[in-house]
Design a protein around this ligand. Structure first.
Ligand code: PXP
Length: 242
């Protein structure tokens, strides 16, 4: 059976534009509220260690003002754990973070970092925050997520998104197999990174996938059409795939 597919809109790059000038606009919280009106089921924001886009104040305001669930993307550090426990978002997606990267490059090594991650998964889970691990669609990583007791995994679709269309079939199969394996083991699969109007439909068509998190493309498209039409069109494409 095909379950509903949620859209999480990542508003980080509204904050990137704001921070480029150090002004108070454009406001990522306003963007989040508009995205929710346009059909986003949730909002995702990544509070990075260097605060290059989303700030602590943005997280506080999103936590207070959103009518839809907040998914906080965070590195597995004590600082981020304390912030998550303070604001108690609906969900926390643990991502790898390197200061010099331009975006999240590659998934977490959940298999190699079991002991480090176990502490964060347990502390977040105990606070009723739904923990997700951002991993590559690989059996070894899913098995690590099972051992860690994570309720959700988000598969990194960056590799898929960067392949030429004629080369995408094998990576799509890897994503579909990973989604099936996660679901079979009671883990809810999500997916995201690099998704666009052009490439979203085959990922949205993977029946076990329950949520897509999409940001950079939607914010870029908003320059041309506005944020609401951009989110609505993505929502329509996702619905057309199910
Ligand atoms: N999911 C995760 C875990 C991410 O780190 C990102 C990028 O911040 C996204 C989804 C969204 O990727 P994009 O901005 O390329 O749509």
């Amino acid at each position: 059976m095909t379950g509903a597919l949620r859209l999480g809109v990542n508003i980080d790059h509204v904050a990137t534009v704001r921070n480029a000038r150090g002004a108070g606009y454009p406001d990522p919280v306003r963007a989040a509220l508009l995205a929710a009106e346009a059909g986003a089921d949730g909002i995702t924001a990544h509070l990075r260690e260097d605060r290059r886009h989303i700030t602590d104040e943005d997280i506080a305001r999103l936590s207070a003002e959103l009518p839809v669930p907040l998914n906080l993307e965070m590195a597995a550090t004590e600082e981020m754990l304390a912030i998550a426990l303070k604001h108690r978002p609906h969900a926390a997606c643990i991502v790898p973070e390197r200061r010099e990267e331009r975006t999240t490059e590659g998934g977490l090594d959940a298999a190699g970092q079991h002991n480090h991650l176990a502490y964060f998964v347990d502390r977040l889970g105990a606070a009723n925050i739904r923990v997700s691990l951002f991993i590559e669609p690989e059996p070894a990583q899913i098995e690590a997520a099972i051992r860690l007791g994570a309720p959700v995994v988000e598969f990194h679709t960056g590799r898929y998104a960067h392949l030429a269309e004629e080369e995408q079939a094998a990576e799509l199969k890897r994503l579909a197999d990973a989604a099936a394996l996660a679901t079979k083991n009671g883990i809810e699969p999500h997916a995201g990174h690099g998704l666009t109007f052009e490439n979203v439909v085959p990922v949205a068509a993977i029946p076990q996938v329950r949520e897509l998190n999409i940001g950079h493309f939607l914010v870029g498209e908003a320059i041309f059409t506005g944020l609401e039409p951009s989110v609505r069109r993505m929502r329509d494409l996702m619905d057309s795939a199910r």
